[in-house]
Design a protein around this ligand. Structure first.
Ligand SMILES: Cc1cc2nc3c(=O)[nH]c(=O)nc-3n(C[C@H](O)[C@H](O)[C@H](O)COP(=O)(O)OP(=O)(O)OC[C@H]3O[C@@H](n4cnc5c(N)ncnc54)[C@H](O)[C@@H]3O)c2cc1C
Length: 491
């Protein structure tokens, strides 16, 4: 975590100078606009700079990596070795940065402070990063979504609101959307719409999304209360483990866990010591231990329908439980039902997104949680991420749409490939190499041979190989390793 002083001394990136507000694009080469100054947006900027392309990074937060800071108290389950982009590392090291210890696990705050802050302060990035700039729309200059004439010759117009609420615009030769999904949490409602009354409960501060800092800043909101957690992903697991610690310290704290089905328990418990990311496996194992000890009251199956603020400050959450109707009582509700992309500002562009996951269509069969959960994904890059609108790419957490298995390492590889593509190095863009740590648990539908080939997570593996597989991801018995890969997904 050693960061040399010259970097610290560089002024924090400012919101000035103002972005172009010209009516027409300026003459001369336009930048590649990167939407989002999170870990993947900043990695994309570093990759572009390495290829001699000038990025302009627009970040909604007043600090880089605003989303990561929002879950800053959460320990990451991937160690530093998976969390640093290669081009970003090279850029930082040119400025005297020393990387944190490879096998240590940062929290979100440490990821921001030890890596992303120094990266954003390098002169190369600082000059091109604009903070407090929220992108509100992207289009082809003079062309709405429908109009064909001369469309592809036109640059992109990127509209934004600055932190004072003023509207502005800038122009780009290409747009990389790395804006993540943090600001669009799924609601508690079982249908995907907010439960009846959910908005009011959230507005009253009685219901929170994501991973509140239960053992830190928000402790008082949960200590000694009946807390109801909805959801069954990693965020729910982390939240429940924190609540269990709070219960241990303050036994009046009661924790109710509502899940759509008990089957989700297996998935959230994960692969334990089979998980190639030890900390991710440990998270599931710890949760399993707590469930077995009866620390939580489990409501499953339970599909949330209505949330009411009853007299005396109690929240009543009602929904279907099998053939019955059940009502759960709580003082506070934490909704950890996952995230989804905000596609609103891409509405005037031509996109090809999967109807189920809202991710680039070519990625969907590789990451669909209905098909697999192994954590691996066949290498992919600019070719799979390209949209019908030439020059538009969606990368990072947002590239996974509603799928929950995104890892930073995937985003770095996407960024590298897209930068190569934009630099015209198609061969490098196609040469994607990505070995992701497997979760050790497969939700896949059994032998890959039973799965229509195109729908398998691993893509069209030769049938002879596929028939030997035991799940969605890897062979049941040792198979000759595919070149540069640990599973069929890497071939
Ligand atoms: C609690 C949690 C723990 C995680 N732990 C791990 C882990 O251990 N290992 C791992 O590999 N992955 C982990 N992930 C998954 C993933 O790697 C992270 O979410 C990562 O932050 C994704 O990076 P990103 O740059 O794609 O998106 P984000 O980090 O979400 O960054 C997007 C940025 O875009 C900005 N933005 C959003 N909308 C706009 C807009 N309209 N205009 C301008 N800017 C905008 C946001 O402010 C934000 O800074 C975790 C995720 C969560 C939520």
């Amino acid at each position: 975590m050693n960061v040399v002083t010259p970097l610290q001394e560089l002024a924090a990136t400012s919101t000035a100078p103002a972005l172009s507000t010209d009516r027409r694009p300026a003459t001369g080469p336009l930048p590649v606009v990167v939407i989002g100054g999170g870990p993947v947006g900043l990695a994309a900027a570093a990759e572009l700079l390495e290829r001699g392309i000038k990025p302009l990074i627009l970040e909604a937060g007043t600090q880089p990596a605003a989303a990561v800071r929002a879950w800053g108290h959460v320990p990451m389950f991937s160690p530093w070795t998976y969390n640093i982009d290669k081009a970003a590392r090279a850029l930082l090291e040119r400025h005297g940065w020393t990387a944190p210890q490879e096998d240590a696990y940062p929290t979100g705050h440490q990821l921001a402070e030890a890596y992303l802050d120094p990266l954003s302060r390098t002169p190369e990035i600082a000059a091109r990063l604009r903070l407090g700039v929220r992108v509100t729309g992207v289009a082809r200059v003079g062309n709405g979504k429908v109009r064909n004439a001369g469309r592809e010759a036109q640059p992109f117009e990127v509209r934004f609101l600055d932190s004072a609420g003023r509207e502005g615009r800038t122009f780009a030769r290409a747009v990389i959307d790395a804006s993540g999904t943090w600001t669009s949490p799924n609601p508690a409602g079982g249908s995907g719409l907010p439960a009846m009354g959910e908005r009011e409960a959230a507005a009253a501060g009685r219901l929170r999304y994501g991973m509140p800092d239960i053992l830190g800043a928000q402790r008082a909101q949960y200590a000694g209360k009946r807390v109801l957690v909805v959801g069954s992903g990693h965020s729910a697991a982390g939240t429940l483990i924190d609540l269990a610690k709070l219960h241990e310290a303050e036994p009046d704290t009661r924790v109710i866990w509502a899940l759509r089905t008990r089957d989700h328990l297996t998935r959230v418990f994960g692969g334990g010591d089979q998980d190639q990311l030890a900390a991710r496996g440990a998270l599931g194992s710890a949760l399993k231990g707590l469930v077995e000890r009866g620390v939580f009251e489990i409501a499953a199956p339970f599909t949330v329908d209505t949330i009411e603020q009853a007299a005396g400050g109690t929240l009543q959450m009602s929904g279907e439980s099998g053939d019955d109707w059940q009502t759960l009582q709580a003082d506070a509700v934490i909704v950890a039902t996952g995230l989804k992309p905000d596609l609103s500002f891409l509405a005037e562009l031509r996109t090809d997104l999967d109807p189920v996951l809202d991710c680039p269509s070519a990625l969907a069969p590789l990451i669909d949680p209905n098909l697999h959960s192994c954590g691996t994904v066949r290498p992919h890059g600019a070719i799979e991420l390209a949209q019908p609108e030439p020059g538009l790419f969606i990368i990072g957490m947002k590239a996974y749409g509603r799928a929950p298995t995104f890892l930073l390492a995937t985003g770095h590889e996407q960024a590298r490939s897209v930068a190569a593509y934009l630099a015209g190095d198609i061969e490098a863009a196609k040469r994607v190499e990505l070995n992701l740590p497997e979760t050790g648990v497969c939700s896949g539908p059994g032998p890959v041979a039973d799965v229509p080939k195109a729908a398998s997570c691993c893509g069209p593996a030769p049938v002879a190989e596929a028939t030997k597989a035991s799940g969605c991801c890897g062979p049941a018995t040792p198979q000759p390793a595919p070149v540069a890969a640990t599973s069929c997904c890497g071939a």
